[in-house]
Structures are given as structure tokens and as C-alpha cells.
Ligand binder design. Sequence first.
Ligand code: GLC
Length: 462
Amino acid sequence: MKKMISTAVTALTIVTGLFAQEVQTPKWAAETPEQKKERMAWWQEDRFGMFIHWGLYAVPARHEWVQNYEQIAPDVYREKYFNVFNPDLYDPKAWAAQAKAAGMKYVVLTARHHEGFSLWDTQYSDFKAPNTPAKRDLVKPFVEAVRAEGLKVGFYFSLIDWHHPDFTIDRVHPLRNDQAAIAQNSQKDMGRFRQFLKNQLTELLTNYGKIDLLFFDFSYPGENGKGHEDWDSEGLLELVRKLQPGILVNDRLDLPDKPWGWDYVTPEQFMPKAWPERNGVRVPWETCQTFSGSWGYHRDENTWKSPNQLIAMLIEVVSKGGNLLLNVGPTARGNFDDRATERLDAIGQWMKYNSRAIYGCTAAPEKFEKPDNCLLTYNPTTNRLYVHLLQWPFKTLYLPNYRGKVKYAQFLHDGSEIRYTSRSSAEAGGHTTVTAGENDLIVDLPVVKPRIEIPVIELFLE
Ligand code: GLC
């Protein structure tokens, strides 16, 4: 018995020891919950950002993974596309102005994607924009333009690099089926590659002023994959925090169990059913989405979402407490494709009148049930609830159990009063009198939908 107890105690000590080790926060990452809240405040308020995927892959224009999909060797890829990359229409001021007009508050640019091509004048690779016909650092004017519009600046930085000579061939590498290339793995030195990542990050986080957000991409641990040990994720994060103490960092470093290893989670290309949780607790989240099915410019991809779908997506994300990072893939000449511009304009038109239902908003308190065909967002500071009407009803909108909770109602787009009553069947007049549950509000709406893609009712709450 004694032995059993002592074994149990030893086991427990090991387990608690492990646990303590796991949750132990390194000194450089120490931060109080208040400090973290403060650091993330702008992002929680802003809710809406622009992602920009731009690199050599804009030239083939068949998806930013074209090198992988078509299993193109790095030298062939470089030979073909490097010397024709000539973005003569590149005007980052126009990009920033379009992001701002769409209501976006931060812009995140792919400084280097998986193909390994750097948009800036890095000292650690010659596979970079200044050595193409572009002949210059493309990141610097981007950062300046975005800042000049009063928007926050973010960098996407690929952990993967299909061009770097020390990056071993793994299961997602373009040369994954090339036996001769795989045989060379033993001569590669991932230690050197880890140092390369640190060197490049140091450039990006020292030479361009304050950087507000860093989007690492991505880890795929397991067989023939790569994870935190391959990148030295802890070392990278320590470096990032040292160089830019206020920066926000996403969750793709493969440090899921370290509470200090990420600031927010990043569901991609799908709509979460509800506010994402980790260990039963709601966490900050941002979904990144494309206009069509590709991140990089894809000439022949035709599954472009409609403005209505995109606006509804933004609303739904905020209604679940999250952020939306919506992507544009500029062309090889450096401008936004017409199809992207059209959608940005439509979103901007909606945001011009309805952004109050987005900025500073989050999920509605649970006591407010979603009316039919609607989404709800809520601003806790102003105590206003926003009812987004995805489908225009006929004359009447029923707000279930809202009686006694609302002081005033108006359309958000024009500030016009919306009248409402409560009337249960018990008090019904004739057969043309609208009735509802005793605690419901009956909202009178015009028969014709206002000329707004998704109309919003603003409720001033008690
Ligand atoms: C992915 C893809 C990629 C894209 C990114 C955006 O993980 O590899 O091409 O950049 O998601 O989140």
C-alpha cells in the first residue's frame, strides 16, 4: 500500500512538474492580463483588415501555391519568373487608399511567401525584389503609404521557404517526389535556415519603424513535416518581442499549448460555427478570407464571392467576437484587379454608413436572441445593439423577448426613427392587427428595402 501511495505521489509529482513546466512563462514573455488586453486593444476595436498576397506567383497567376501544385524546381521557377517580375503599376498609396475606403483599419503584406522571394532589400538572399526589373525595396513604400493613411501595418512572414538551400525537402515541398533532391537532405543544415529566419525577421522588425502585427505561416508538424523545433519558434518569438514589444503575433508557430505562444487564433477559409475556444475559454480570433479561391492573383479563378456575401461575412465574424482579414492578390503589374476593386468599393459603400455596427463591436449579450434572418453585433461601450437584416422582411420584424430592453430604434444608414410596439394576441384588435408574444417587440418596417446592401437597425438599450 505504502509503495502504491509513493508511486502515485511520484507520478503526480512528475505530472505536476510537467504541467508546471508547460505553463511556465519565460521571462521575456511575462505580461499581466491587463497588459495583454491593452496591447490588443486597437485590434479588438478595429475588427477589419486587408491581407495582401503579392510575390512572384502573381506572374504565373495560377495560385500562390503554383510552385507546389505543379512541382516546379526552385531554379526553374526562378529562371522563369524572376526576370519578368516588373510591377510598373505598383502604387502602394492607391492600395492603402482603397483599404481605407473599404473601412479596413490594418494592412498585412506578404513580405516573403513560401516561394522564398523577398519583397524587401534583404541582405540574406539575392532572391529579392531589388534584383528583378522592379529594382527596389517594395516593402518600404508600402509601409509608408499605409501609415500615411493612418492604418496599422502588419507583415506576413513565411516560415516555409522553398528556395532556401538549407530548407529540407518535406511533404509539402515542390520537390517532395524528386528522389535525387530528397537524397540531398542530409547535406542541408536547418540550423543555418533557422538563423536565416532570425536574420530576415530582424531586418523586417528594425528597418521599417513600428510594426503592429506579424502573421507567421505555417507549421505542419508530424511525419515529414515541420514544427516549432524546426523553426525554433520560441527563439523567433523572443526575438520578435524584443524588437517590437507591442506587436501582435498569430498562432502558427506551433506553440498551441503555451499561453504566451500566440495572441490570437486564425481559422482560414471557413466560418467558425461559434466564437472559437481553447480549453473552454473564448479566445481572440481572426479569420482570413479570399475574394475568390486563391490568395495570390489568379487570373482564371472564378469563384468570386458577391459583395453581399462579403459584407455578411464581416458582420457574422464580428457577431461571433472576431476579426476579418480580407485578402487582395495584386497582379504582376502591381495593381488591384477590377474584380477586387469592385468588391472593395461595395464594402466601402456599406461601411460608410454602417461601420458603427462593426468597430468596437462584438457578440451580443446572451439575453438577446437573434431575430429571424438576422445577425446581431453589440457595442459594449455605447450599449447599442445592431440588428443586421440579411433578408428583408415584409413590413414587420419580430424581436423575441426584447420588451423592456429597448429605449429607441433607428436605421443606422440614415438615422431615421423606427417605430415599434408590443401587442399580444390577448390585446389584438381585428384580423389585420399584428400580434406577437407578450414580451416581443413588433418593429414596423417600410415595405421597400432601403437602398443598402444589408440594412442595420440600431437599438439603444435600456
Ligand atoms: C496558408 C497558405 C497560404 C496563405 C495562408 C493565408 O497557410 O499556405 O498560401 O498564405 O494560408 O492564411
